[in-house]
Design a protein around this ligand. Sequence first.
Ligand code: FAD
Length: 471
Amino acid sequence: MNNFDIAVIGSGIGGSLISALNTDKNLILFEKDSNLGGCGSTFKRKGNYYNSGATTFVGYEDNHPIKNIFDKANYIPDIQKSEIAIRVIQNKKAVDRVKDFDTFIDNMDKVYPHKNNRIFWNTIKTLDEKFWSLKKLHYAKYNLSSYLKTANAVVEILKVFRFDVFKSANSFINETLYGISDEYRAFIDSQLLITIQTTSKDIPLLSLALGLSYPFHDVFYVNNGMGSLFDGLLKDVNVHKNEQILKIKKEKDFYRIFSSKDEYKAKQVILNSSIFDSGSLFDDKKIKKYYNSFSFSDQSAFVINLTIDSEEDFLHHYQIILDKNLPNAISQSYFVSFSSKDDKKLSKNGYSVTISTHSNALFWKKLSSEEYKKQKAITENFIINDFLENFESLEKKDIIAIHSATSNTFKKYINRYNCGGKPITFKNILQTPSCRTPFNGLFNVGDTIFAGQGWPGVAIGVEVLNEEINA
Ligand SMILES: Cc1cc2nc3c(=O)[nH]c(=O)nc-3n(C[C@H](O)[C@H](O)[C@H](O)COP(=O)(O)OP(=O)(O)OC[C@H]3O[C@@H](n4cnc5c(N)ncnc54)[C@H](O)[C@@H]3O)c2cc1C
């Protein structure tokens, strides 16, 4: 009874998309939490619903892995387009990141004037378009056909991008936007931090282009919370919620899986746990050693969820950039998402607001419980005060519910301290974890594996994985 072809451990974006693509198999998906979706889940607290992390949905467009996978899963999401993807506010000046190129450049010229704005952003947009039209994108190791497909992908990338592949983001910025102001650089770096988890200092030009082009695509708001996408995607999947996988043992032709409730066998195992947490599931020394070979990425998120009583109209998303890093954070900006006024579930008792910034993953773990509470309050209060200064129509009394999450909270609910993968830089490009492991039948998926984080990054990785498991 408990024999499966594929066992997927975790219902994050990666685990859910790969399951939705393989409903024709004898597949089971385990999720430790009561909510599906991991960093993209929606949870309920004291009668109100909140998004736990992800709030923007990008990539639901023709010829994009996300739309392709949703179509194959026969699922049409309940979404609405955010006409202004993000309003970026720095020192009370605002730039709207809109899809229309000319309007965006007009906005930029007003707030961050530079003679070469058009040339810079046009190059960024063109590189991004070229990337999403690649046909052979693939990255996997430990198998001859995987290496061949990866080599083909490299050849295609070299043909399409030529010398731009070797160009660094920094040199492109310095050449094109010479004399760039600190404010303009902060505008670029703050957006990169949320899309590709790092700043422009040590990344290739191509990463810069992908990170900055996010709002040149349609950005969608998900009605009823980001988590609703997972309910839809997994409607035909055998899902075991509230069931944590504790140990996995490799046997000759299958894996024996021990959960908090039962024991299972599966020929193939797909781990949606992060690459840094997967080793703890095994006693096998070689498997442990493999996972321990990836150095930890000490980055996570600090998230504040609010319910706000207000009649005011808000955009879906804002990014506020400050002059220096926020307390206990590794970022000088924070991202604010408001629920849509007409969202019957999220806005039932007021706006559901998710505010997030980057913080170290291990910082919070080291603190005593008293110090933890104190530091959490410092960060929370700082952000809320700044938020109220930037949203002048709001007052403190309008906030009718508030709670914050640190990396400790992410560990408690979804079993990971770190959030997001290691950014792909010149130095580590070949160490990027592959979905295929050196162990037959054992795979990984999610934002710590190629191609990285967020819906688009994880979806590329899912397409690669799907080819690998069905090879
Ligand atoms: C604050 C924040 C804001 C973000 N905003 C956006 C955004 O606006 N748009 C966007 O596209 N991306 C955003 N991202 C990034 C995006 O959310 C993540 O990259 C993505 O959700 C990660 O997906 P994943 O497949 O790696 O799975 P994860 O989200 O890591 O989920 C893994 C799942 O596996 C489960 N699991 C782990 N171990 C076990 C086990 N042993 N047994 C059973 N279950 C297990 C966990 O409970 C979890 O549900 C944001 C991330 C954060 C943290």
